[in-house]
Design a protein around this ligand. Structure first.
Ligand code: DGY
Length: 416
């Protein structure tokens, strides 16, 4: 059985390979996505190391001069997805969207390099690109040096319709200058996807950013949505620690000092997002200064960034969640009235999030919690297949099928 599923994972990556980059799944997501590809590179590295490096190099072809690594790289045209390059109009070659995604890449590069030490030959190109990207995050998204980077669009968090964004998104107008022509609901049942009103607001933000000419400072100033996402911040802090590791071999003393300074600032800022009453980290609305009154799976991610102060309480919170949902880890607290077990990021389980949180518990020396998450993730995938996400109340597979990052995580989790 294990061999079969691993064979299926490898076959899925081959099937989703479009010549050097891997689409998340056919039709629904026909381009290269930033954080998908970082996880997928770790998956490729388990059986085809040159192909893992190629995935990373292809992603970096989309990097902008200012250091941004965009959320989507449109290497080849497709009518299967909205919004395409004609909506973004970023003027980049290859065409790209104009916003980031959670910066998993430095972590992936370190992971791939550990499996393939000979890969150091790629680092002359990759290390400076990662450093430029982390500088972009600091300058474009934390211009006041607070230690928390801002998210300007829910798509940047990868957790598009999380209830964490409800209050802040309610202030974003639903008017758009772009005509909305959704393709996703032609591929997937609408009950598993964001709602029409979510898309109106998503596109309102894209229109607003395009009107700035994709100027990072103007986007930061004008965006009607500006939040500190605990997920993005924790993932970036982990990536900074992995970049520091890479800088030991490939960077300069001054760069190591620079990265260390950011790490110190970010680690103490993330402490301020701890919600003692909820027993989990939460997000903050940077426009109002208020914290988001909802617990999501992203709130466990500081563990993945090696912040272990509240590890015991986080494990207790996870146990409480498990009393209300059969499978771990629901993307929203299953006791919350906004929990929807089938709708995208409002309740379903995502394998990549499970991997990051299990890695976090492992870092915190809490092996039983890490093992439980991994065991459940493997059991879900092995019994229902390589789905995009899973219903935490029934274990049913949801969203896209033959999903690349689910395959990659299953390959990685085979090692535990
Ligand atoms: C989508 O289109 O659903 C994606 O999540 C955006 O990255």
């Amino acid at each position: 059985m294990t061999t079969d599923i691993l064979e299926q994972c490898r076959a899925t990556l081959y099937a989703n390979d479009r010549g050097g980059y891997t689409v998340p799944t056919a039709r629904l997501y026909p381009f290269q996505w930033n954080w998908d590809s970082a996880f997928v590179a770790m998956g490729w590295a388990r059986f085809d190391r040159p192909r893992a490096w190629q995935e990373i190099e292809m992603l970096l072809r989309g990097q902008w001069k200012d250091g941004l690594i965009p959320q989507i790289i449109f290497h080849a045209p497709s009518d299967d997805y909205f919004p395409g390059p004609n909506v973004w109009q970023t003027g980049h070659t290859p065409e790209t969207s104009g916003i980031p995604q959670p910066p998993v890449l430095a972590t992936a590069v370190r992971n791939v390099l550990q499996l393939d030490p000979k890969g150091h030959t790629h680092m002359a190109r990759i290390y400076p690109a990662l450093l430029a990207n982390h500088r972009w995050w600091a300058e474009a998204r934390d211009p006041n040096g607070t230690g928390l980077v801002a998210t300007l669009h829910p798509w940047e968090t990868g957790m598009d319709n999380s209830p964490a964004w409800d209050a802040a998104m309610a202030r974003v107008p639903t008017t758009t200058t772009t005509e909305i022509q959704r393709r996703d609901t032609g591929h997937i049942d609408a009950s598993m996807r964001p709602k029409a009103e979510d898309y109106q607001r998503f596109i309102h933000l894209v229109d607003c950013f395009r009107d700035t000419g994709w100027n990072a400072a103007e986007m930061y100033r004008r965006s009607p949505f500006r939040v500190a996402d605990i997920g993005t911040n924790a993932i970036l802090l982990r990536a900074e620690r992995d970049l520091l590791f890479l800088a030991e071999s490939f960077g300069t003393e001054a760069e190591r000092r620079e990265i260390n300074d950011r790490i110190a600032r970010m680690a103490s800022a993330q402490d301020t997002l701890w919600d003692a009453q909820k027993g989990i980290y939460v997000c903050r609305d940077l426009s109002t200064g208020t914290t988001m009154d909802v617990a999501t799976s992203a709130g466990f991610l500081p563990l993945y960034a090696n912040i272990t102060t509240h590890a015991e309480t986080l494990a207790a919170t996870l146990t409480l969640w498990l009393e209300h949902a059969r499978w771990l880890i629901p993307s929203t607290d299953p006791r919350d009235h906004r929990f929807e077990p089938k709708r995208y990021w409002r309740g379903p389980i995502w394998a990549v999030v499970n991997w990051m949180i299990s890695d976090g518990f492992e870092n915190a020396d809490m092996k039983p919690a890490a093992d439980l998450i991994r065991k459940q993730t493997r059991a879900l995938i092995d019994s229902v297949g390589l789905y995009e996400y899973f219903d935490p109340t029934t274990g049913a597979g949801l969203g896209g099928t033959n999903f690349s990052w689910t395959a990659a995580i299953r390959l990685i989790m085979a090692e535990h």
